[in-house]
Design a protein around this ligand. Sequence first.
Ligand code: ADP
Length: 777
Amino acid sequence: MDPTRPEKGDLLAGPDWSRLIRVTGPEAALEVIAAAFDDPESLDLVLRSPEQESGEAARHCGRAAIVESGGRCRDARVGGRPVWTLSVRRAGGTPPAAAEVELAAAALAAWRSARGEIGRGEQRLRARARELDMLQDLGRCAAAARTWDALFLEAATVLQEGTGADLVVAAHALAGEAEARVFLARPAADAVIEALAARAAATAELPPELPLRVAVERLPGFEESHARRRADSGRPEAAFAPLERRGRTVAALGLLPSEPSGERMFRMFFGAANQVSLHLERILTVLEAEQDRFRSILDSMPQAVILADRSLRVVQANRSASALLGRLVPAAGEGRLARVGDLDLAPLAAEVFERGLSPSEQEARVEGGTVLAVTVSALAGKGGRPEALVLVLADVTERRRLQAQLAQAEKMSSLGEMISGIAHELNNPLSSVLGYSQLARGSASDPKLAARLEVVHREARRCQRIVQNLLSFARRYEPERKLLSVNEVAESVIALTAYQFRVSDVRIEEDLGRDVPTIVGDPHQLQQAVLNLMSNAHQAIRSAGRGGIITVRTRQARPGWVSLEVEDDGPGIPESVRPRIFEPFFTTKAPGQGTGLGLSLVEGAVEAHRGRISLESEEGRGTRFRIELPVGTEESSVRERPGVEEPHEADVPARILVVDDEDSVAQLICETLADEGHRTEPVRDGRDALDLLRREEFDLVVADLRMPGMGGASLCEEMERMKPGVSSRILLTTGDTVSREPEAFARRKGIDVLMKPFDLDDLRRAVRSRLRARRES
Ligand code: ADP
């Protein structure tokens, strides 16, 4: 080394070069360098780059004149590429000192190298800023994405714009189906697409057995031209990054650059993949929370909600459904819900999948009597095509039971009204037949005629009983507590059913015990119970397609208890059915034949009487229902009819007004009472009666309650108004055995009511009792 030539560092040590670092152009640099010399005004620095050999590219000119005068110049080469030439001159021809030239060249070289560093740093910074911009863009767009589909599209768009990639791919199986979405910025060969989709699927660790669905989409700004590659560029390398969630790979992102890329591109890609991972995590967490909420809504529903695939295999079920599925899906059914009770689901599923129809609500009966309302609808997949079935099953057993009960109640009420109308119409003519046959029989001298009239009277009595029984069936009574005989209850039902049963070849055997104690209860409710047992027995025998026998048996069962049995020789009740027969609405009969209410009413009636009911049945041999009721300890004065004739006092002839719109009935009453020695006067309605009563005195008025114009009740009120206390002179008759109104009215007024059709003895007795009451008052 030449000791006269100072080291570069030493050269630069003296002056303050901080200004030099800040200047950006060579001219400004030369100026700063010149300023570091003595007499900078006379110093002339010229800098040439190789391209500018011919001209002076940058110069510092102290005095232009000196340059032009051409003083001696020394050149220095300034290193680096390209090599610059620096010429240094001094004004006045003085050659510059070698040290001066060295110093200027060193300063210039230092400046160049510093500038180069700064430039590269700036370039790096700009690139970094671009990366950051892209990631920020991605962050913004990804944050707006609500679904993973939207997230992948946003990521692909931003990545492509940021890297100029040809293709971006996202693979996942988040919806249960393996999918690779390929986003194209320009056309790509199918083989390339397939290969990249497969590599993305492998990076996403998708189960290889899942068929991969490849969906190709064009990105915004898709260019029809293929990638422009530089001739010297090799095959670009694709990059793949797994997207992880809680340490598990759930998807993958891939990118195919348009040309071989450096570290910067890969850094951008992996940065972006990282961001996408975070947003995917957010989306999945939100979705999970939503699903949890939706799931708890579904679980809180009383309806069973089931998701089933095309082949009716259960995919998902809410809590109510899980409880039900155990009963609905047989163990051998491989999780297939082929039917719900008696409802075949296959045709409904076909309707949904093949014809796109949602069938209307169906009803299914499940073992155990449960009724389910079933709706089947489609769960639309991508493109709106039905992908699965949604079954909603609601337990409507109780609703149907109430509906049936209501229908039954309505049926019973209209039946009751009809029966009451018919009975009312029958009662008047029946009163005449009964009464006249009785009268005629009494006066018939020919024994043959008397015998025939006896038959007429007996049969009319039978009709009377039938009408009464019909009425007691139709009438809905408040539970009563009367002293009554189970034998009478049994007889009344037998009278009602005997004929009907006989014509269908079913005979009734009466085995009514003697001295069966009375009980306290409601005769109508008990009649209804026995009627139900006998109807069931009859239906059971008939179901065997043959005739048979029903035995009705009453006994004093054990001390303090009375029993009533209804036994049939029908097919018996299968053991499996026995535990359920008392359940309301349980029936084994065909629709329209049974309501399933009969035995539950029987049980209710027996319980209301603090009794018990038991059953013996043998398949193929028959059935016996046994009702046990406690013996009545309560005395009741309310007897249906006094059984014993009151002591017959000598009749005092009386004047009696008979008011009835039915001529034959009025006539019959008049004749009967005339035979008793009374004087009678018939009129047809309340007004005529009032007219007569104003003019004449009567000991007794026998009036029908229901008449066109003024009926018995109004007549009674008017008479009270005319003469208070006169109601003791009235005896009311009525054929209206259904409504409780006549009885209530009469009870309020303390008046006797004689129910039509009446026996003449009842009429005589009632008249006698009224007349006696009047005399005693
Ligand atoms: P319903 O007669 O309307 O079906 P019930 O409550 O009266 O309703 O009877 C319930 C079921 O009990 C019947 O459907 C029938 O299967 C059975 N059952 C009742 N009585 C008999 C009987 N005497 N013999 C055979 N089965 C009977």
